[in-house]
Design a protein around this ligand. Structure first.
Ligand code: ADE
Length: 252
């Protein structure tokens, strides 16, 4: 899996990429991370300005189309295989484990991080990115969201998590569509609280049954929304890659 991150703040990634599970994945050649500074594609060679005031007025600054589009095109051309372009924005489809699994199916992801009041709309029209939000709150930029995606996706790359069975049993996985069951380790007793005896029984069938019931009960108590008959919101399929027709475009 190759990640290309397009950002105005490349230095934000050094701590994360240098420390986490990702570091081991990179060292073992399973994952590559390339960080690109959008400023390097600014047409303003002197000040490297990448944003400007919104037409029509209003607060904040908007990321310029003539910086971001050349940056994405140049990064795409860095390998033979163009990547799946993800734009991090609170306006995108919500990130769920289903979406994470979809993203993990691509060999290369470009993660485009915004700042300020957002992206010039023509960036969306020209690049048709897969717009993704990590939740209904506004971050000061897409960088932390890009780290969330790299973390969740790289766990699904075979070999990255030590125990290959591990991610299969995570909450929201196919085996575990709700929340994961309660876990216990030593000591057997602490401040009067004991480990459920079934987990000490060695009876694998009974243990599996207990875990299944515990998972269902936890999900019902904590996240009843995961049981809704309608299933997840209808944002779980990636958009078509072709750019949509541009509004106002003259038809012959
Ligand atoms: N950028 C700002 N807020 C965001 C969010 N909630 N998800 C993804 N990118 C963002």
């Amino acid at each position: 899996m190759r990640f290309d991150v397009l950002t105005l703040f490349p230095e934000m990634f050094s701590g994360y990429v240098g420390q986490s599970l990702l570091r081991r994945a990179i060292d073992s050649g399973l994952v590559e991370v390339h960080i690109h500074n959008i400023r390097d594609w600014s047409p303003d060679k002197k000040h490297k300005k990448v944003d400007d005031r919104p037409y029509g007025g209003g607060p904040g600054m908007v990321l310029r189309v003539d910086c971001v589009v050349p940056c994405v095109e140049a990064v795409q051309a860095m390998t033979d295989q163009p990547g799946h372009l993800v734009m991090l924005t609170p306006q995108g489809r919500r990130l769920t484990q289903t979406v994470v699994r979809q993203l993990a199916g691509y060999p290369r992801l470009l993660l485009l991080c915004g700042r300020y009041e957002g992206f010039d709309e023509r960036i969306r029209l020209l690049l048709a990115p897969d717009e993704i939000s990590i939740g209904d709150y506004v971050l000061s930029g897409g960088e932390t969201a890009a780290m969330v995606i790299m973390d969740a996706v790289s766990r699904l790359v075979p070999g990255v998590v030590g125990d290959p069975e591990g991610p299969q049993w995570d909450s929201f996985s196919e085996q575990m569509p709700g929340l994961e069951f309660a876990q216990y380790t030593r000591p057997r007793e602490y401040r009067g609280l004991t480990v459920p005896s079934v987990l000490l029984s060695g009876d694998h069938a009974r243990i599996a049954q207990w875990r299944q019931e515990n998972s269902v009960e936890r999900t019902r108590m904590r996240r009843a929304d995961l049981f809704t008959p309608s299933g997840p919101p209808p944002t779980d399929s990636p958009p078509e890659r072709q750019p949509p027709e541009q509004p106002g475009q003259a038809t012959p």
